[in-house]
Design a protein around this ligand. Sequence first.
Ligand SMILES: Nc1ncnc2c1ncn2[C@@H]1O[C@H](COP(=O)(O)OP(=O)(O)OP(=O)(O)O)[C@@H](O)[C@H]1O
Ligand SMILES: CC(=O)N[C@H]1[C@@H]2OC[C@@H](O2)[C@@H](O)[C@@H]1O[C@H](C)C(=O)O
Length: 369
Amino acid sequence: MPETGSADLRWAIGLMSGTSLDGVDAALVLTDGERIAEYGPGLTLPYDQMLRDRLRLLLDHAAELSGTEADLKDVERAVTLRHVEAVTALRNMVPTIVPDVIGFHGQTILHQPDIGRSWQIGDGALLQEQCGIPVIYDFRARDLDYGGEGAPLVPVLHAALLEREEKSVAVLNIGGVANVTLLGPVQDGARQVWACDTGPGNALLDDWAERHTGVACDTDGALARKGTVNRGVLERLLDSPYLKRPMPKSLDRLSFHGSAMEAVQALSPEDGAATLVAFTVEAIARTPMDVTPDRWFVAGGGRHNPVLMDRLRSRLGNVASVDALGWDGDALEAQCFALLAVRYLRRLPSSWPQTTGTRQACVAGRAVA
Ligand SMILES: Nc1ncnc2c1ncn2[C@@H]1O[C@H](COP(=O)(O)OP(=O)(O)OP(=O)(O)O)[C@@H](O)[C@H]1O
Ligand SMILES: CC(=O)N[C@H]1[C@@H]2OC[C@@H](O2)[C@@H](O)[C@@H]1O[C@H](C)C(=O)O
C-alpha cells in the first residue's frame, strides 16, 4: 500500500465501455499508479437500445468508415455524453472528493492489430470540457506503434493487485471477448507476466440469445443450461489457427463472428447456447501457456453466468470469481483505466513484450491538449 500522504497519490476516475456494448463502467480509486490505496465507488450506466443499435451498426461496418462520417461523429458525441453522465453520477456519490484525472478508454469499434490499428471512439476534449477534469485517453495507440497488439492492458492491474500472491495464478476477464493474465510463480522476488485474448467471451452467446429470445444475453445461462454441447460443431469452432498461436495475441469483437454463427446455425437455441459456452471455455483451456496456474480467478460479466462458471470449474479445476479476493469484478476494467491514467502522468509503462508483444515497455495514453 502506498502511504496515504504520498505525493504521487491521486483520485482517478476510470471509464470503460466494453465490447458487450452494454454501457459505461465508471470507477473511482486513489492510486499512485502502482497500487490501489483506496477504493471509491463504481457504477454502470447502460446504453439505451437506440445507442446500442447504432454502435452495433458502426461496429459491423467500421472497416469501411473513414472517420469523418456525420453519423459516426453523432454516435461518438452520444457515447461521450453518456460518459459525462457516468462521471457526474459517480461524483455525486462522493461529493467531497475532487478527482485529479480521468482515464477514458472509449468504445472500441474496430481492432486490427495486424495492421497496427485499434479504433476507440470518444471525444476526450469534450469529456474534459464537460467534466472540468484532465482526461487521458487513446491508451492503445503507442503500444501498436511499438509493434504490439494494443491489448490487453489490464494485466498491469491484475499484477499489482496480486503482488503478494507467490504462486502461479491466472486472472480471466470474460466480457464480450475473453482475456487472461497469467502470473508466474514468484522466484527470487520477481515473476513473469503473460497475457492475451483467449477467444470469445460472451459476445457470440449474446448475439445468439438476442436472435432467439430477443433478450440481449443468456441471462443466468437459462438457454445453455437446457442444451447439449454438439461435439462436432465445437471441434469445428475450435479448429482456428488463432487458438494455437502463442501469447501475446488479441481479438476484435467480431473475430469469430461469421464462422461461429454459421457453425451453430442449424442447432436448437439451447444446444447452440451450450455449444457457444463450451467454445468460450475450451478456447481458454487450450490457450498455450508457459506455466500451469494453480488457481483461476474470473472477472467480467461472464462470471454471472453459472453455466459458464460450472463448465470452467469442471474443465480447469480451481476456479473462483475475483470477488473471492475482495475485488469488484464488475468495476475492475474501469479501475484499470484509472490506474493507467495515473501511470501515464508518472510516465510508468503499462504494457510489456510478454503482455502485448510491444517491442519495449510502453507508456499508455495521451493527454487531451
Ligand atoms: N446474469 C447474467 N447471466 C448471463 N450473462 C451475464 C449476466 N450478467 C452479465 N452477463 C454477461 O456479461 C456481459 C457483460 O460483461 P462485461 O461488462 O464484462 O463486458 P464488457 O466489459 O462490455 O466486455 P469486454 O471486457 O470484452 O470489453 C453481458 O453481455 C452478458 O453476456
Ligand atoms: C481492443 C479492445 O477494446 N479490446 C478489449 C476487449 O475486451 C476484452 C479484451 O478484448 C481486451 O483485449 C480489451 O479490453 C481490456 C480492458 C484490456 O485491454 O485489457
